[in-house]
Design a protein around this ligand. Structure first.
Ligand code: SAM
Length: 221
């Protein structure tokens, strides 16, 4: 059984896609999707030898070597055009690392239909990267598991413009304003309030913190 987070990622993968899972760790996600018969081919990419070997063993134990190729590779170097990859998952990493991986391999993305990204932080930078490289966000999810809040961003080729608020809070998430979304930003709000309490009246950073606080309050209204 997958974690709630990985299950949410799995649910967003298009049926019958040819999947690359970057940073697959134990290859849980591709194994699950193949066993559910949602997809029929996946590459599990791992840059670190330990997890690569564990993934390889796990795939062999399940007898799925003909459907899941485990490759030791950095980011998008794990696939070639001839693999005809149509969906790419990059999950469980920092948003900056995900952006870097996409940036390094951006010339290989033209045939890829769908990116399913689950950044652990820096969602704003990742959304900016996507928009700047002609990807449009087609859906977003936010969820709470074991006290942690995760965002998932799905993108496809296309152009769009996102304003500052949409980049930071998510174009869909900020419309939906789900309970988990409110929880995330209320937490941020209380952090900012505490900072303001501690900052001296004339401190140079006050204005920026105050502005950020008001921005969040505006979105949460
Ligand atoms: N994707 C899985 C998940 O969401 O549960 C595993 C997340 S794990 C925290 C991150 C994995 O990404 C690690 O196994 C790490 O070795 C791998 N990784 C980090 N940078 C990578 C890169 N540039 N290319 C491939 N794998 C990478």
């Amino acid at each position: 059984k997958l974690s709630k987070r990985l299950q949410a990622v799995a649910d967003l993968v298009k049926s019958d896609s040819r999947l690359l899972d970057v940073g697959s760790d134990h290859a849980y996600l591709p194994t699950y999707l193949i066993q559910q018969k949602k997809i029929d081919f996946a590459i599990a990419g791992e840059v670190v030898k330990g997890p690569f070997q564990i993934a390889k063993n796990h795939v062999a134990e399940q007898n799925l070597q003909d459907k899941i190729e485990v490759r030791l590779a950095n980011g998008l170097a794990a696939f070639e055009e001839s693999d005809a990859i149509s969906s790419i998952v990059i999950a469980g990493m920092g948003g900056l690392l995900i952006s870097e991986i996409l940036e390094e391999g951006k010339d290989k993305l033209s045939q890829v239909e769908q990116l399913i990204l689950q950044p652990n932080n820096h969602e704003e930078s990742l959304r900016s990267w996507l928009v700047a490289h002609d990807f449009v966000i087609s859906s977003e999810k936010i969820l709470l598991e074991a006290g942690k809040i995760y965002e998932i961003i799905v993108a496809e080729h296309g152009t769009s413009e996102l304003n500052e608020t949409e980049l930071e809070f998510g174009p869909y998430l900020s419309q939906e304003k789900s309970e988990v979304f409110r929880k995330k930003w209320n937490k941020e709000l209380s952090t900012l309030k505490k900072i303001l309490e501690r900052l001296p009246e004339n401190h140079e950073k006050r204005a920026a913190v105050q502005a950020k606080k008001e921005k969040i309050e505006g979105v949460l209204q």
